[in-house]
Design a protein around this ligand. Structure first.
Ligand SMILES: C[S@@+](CC[C@H](N)C(=O)[O-])C[C@H]1O[C@@H](n2cnc3c(N)ncnc32)[C@H](O)[C@@H]1O
Length: 202
């Protein structure tokens, strides 16, 4: 899978679809969650930073985590003195970061991770008290979304109720689904949600 993203990295930002998805996901997140200028945020599966750089002006720091060094090279090439995102190429499920965040955002990366329960357990560990997740991905689909094939695609979207259960079991509360955008292809439409939740206090 990482090889495919490494190969796609150079042309990732070309074309409207990915930009439009990132824009809609950002609008949905920022209308539901107060992004504050003292916050540290992780963008999981940040890729070239399409979502990270929309979040960055509103918060203190954004760390983009990804497995593809070439996608992250594209991300860091966008850094400037005025606005920057830190790139970390690491599998946080295997090797957690030594940092906790106020929030974790993600767009279109969750379906590439086989074990969704472990992913949310890892998110839980990476969040400060009362931290939030805001994760965008496809509603359940029939496997036709990825026209290049399903190599590295572990989930054909997500059923809301079973994902809610997974997120709650990982120690989150206030799980809410929000419609973000619908990708319209010739034969079919593919709705995208943002699911938000907060780390449960103990
Ligand atoms: C479909 S792309 C989305 C990139 C970006 N979020 C966007 O919206 O353009 C999925 C990204 O998730 C990354 N990814 C997949 N599995 C991952 C994992 N276990 N940890 C970190 N990143 C991962 C891939 O390398 C890829 O860059």
């Amino acid at each position: 899978m990482t090889e495919r993203f490494n190969q796609a990295a150079g042309g990732w930002d070309k074309g409207d679809m990915r930009q439009t998805i990132a824009h809609s996901v950002f609008q949905t997140i920022s209308s539901r969650i107060s992004l504050l200028n003292n916050m540290s945020i992780m963008d999981f599966g940040a890729g070239t930073g399409l979502l990270s750089f929309k979040i960055a002006p509103m918060v203190k720091t954004v760390v983009g985590v990804d497995l593809s060094d070439k996608m992250l090279e594209q991300l860091t090439s966008k850094n400037s003195d005025k606005l920057s995102v830190q790139a970390i190429c690491q599998d946080i499920l295997e090797e957690p970061l030594q940092e906790q965040f106020h929030g974790i955002v993600s767009s279109m990366a969750m379906h590439h991770v086989e074990d969704t329960a472990s992913l949310f357990e890892s998110f839980h560990k990476h969040l400060k008290r009362d931290g939030f997740v805001a994760i965008a991905d496809l509603e359940a689909e029939d496997g036709t979304f990825h026209t290049h094939g399903n190599d590295g695609v572990h989930h054909f979207g997500f059923d809301r109720e079973s994902l809610r259960e997974t997120i709650e079991n990982a120690g989150f509360e206030h799980v809410r689904f929000h419609h973000a955008y619908t990708v319209e292809k010739e034969e079919q439409n593919y709705p995208i949600f943002v699911v938000t939740a907060t780390k449960k206090g103990f």
